[in-house]
Design a protein around this ligand. Sequence first.
Ligand code: SAH
Length: 355
Amino acid sequence: MDVKQITDILFEKGDIEDKYLKKLIESEESMEYLFKKADEKRREIYSDKVYLRGLIEISSYCKNNCLYCGIRASNKNSKRFRLEKEEILSCARHGYETGFRTFVLQGGEDGFYDDDYLSDVVSSLKKEFPECAVTLSLGERSEESYKTLKRAGADRYLLRHETGDKDHYESLHPKNMSFENRIECLVNLKKTGYQTGSGFMVGTPGQTTETLIKDLRLLQKLQPEMIGIGPFIPHRDTPFKNEEAGNLELTLKMIAILRLMFPYALIPSTTALATLDKKGRIKGLLAGANVVMPNLSPKDARENYNLYDNKAHLGAESIEGIGELREEIENAGYRISWERGDALTKQKTDGNLKT
Ligand code: SAH
């Protein structure tokens, strides 16, 4: 089978055997046809809408030591910050006035935010902005904690699995973190009723076609509503400082494959993609992504939430650049949707297309 035939089967059936996925992932041919079919699938389900999420980076303190991440605990050069409740609310207010209806609170695993504190933040957000979705992205917590935060009003949770291969996972993380726990957290999030997001980096050291296929197979088991992927980008103060960044084409190809395998997923065109390539954000949308997450964090936070070197946080990547972003999106043939943008299911699709 050639790349075109493989793409057609993925388009029709949403799945294909490993050996063909391998062929597609490893092919050096142009992927224009794959991108075109991914775009067609995205339009079939989500039309030309691009959903916005306002990203609030709440803390760069982290107890973990993920080998790839710039805010790892042992990075002494990282300038740490954390936002308190009022600062988070004020970012959200600013975002709300601009039109955002989803707020994503992301941060390192920072013990400051215990369940009481976070529940108060979440319920205050939901009280002031009842029609908005609150998404958390604060790493691994206990099942009890996920339940408590859900009760406080959190709607969604993002926790990337990072890689679908246990040995690979262990090579990217310190000994006290485990692949099993990561998966258990994801299962618990689903069970608790969150719209759950998972995903992985493209091009981490040790990644192979086989581990990428495992990523896809794991996602098929988890069935997350959201799937975020982006290229690995080295950070100068991490053990991976001399490693190569992930490849743009491969990242786009994986986005397109995800769109065909998970037609209903909300897939962001990520900041890492926009950092790797000036046109990365748009290329991601053209390959099947349908979400962007502009930064609403205060300036100080943005400058110090450095997961990787040169992380984009200005222009169309930020709330100030919303005009620029709109222009980019419209020039590419899409339009911004200011809706909350929950994941659609088969039953809900028809309604969406009529709006
Ligand atoms: N502590 C939270 C949030 C992590 S930051 C959590 O564990 O989920 C969000 C994502 O950024 C991570 O899941 C990871 O996939 C990505 N990331 C971290 N370091 C990166 C790097 N060097 N290059 C690209 N992406 C990175």
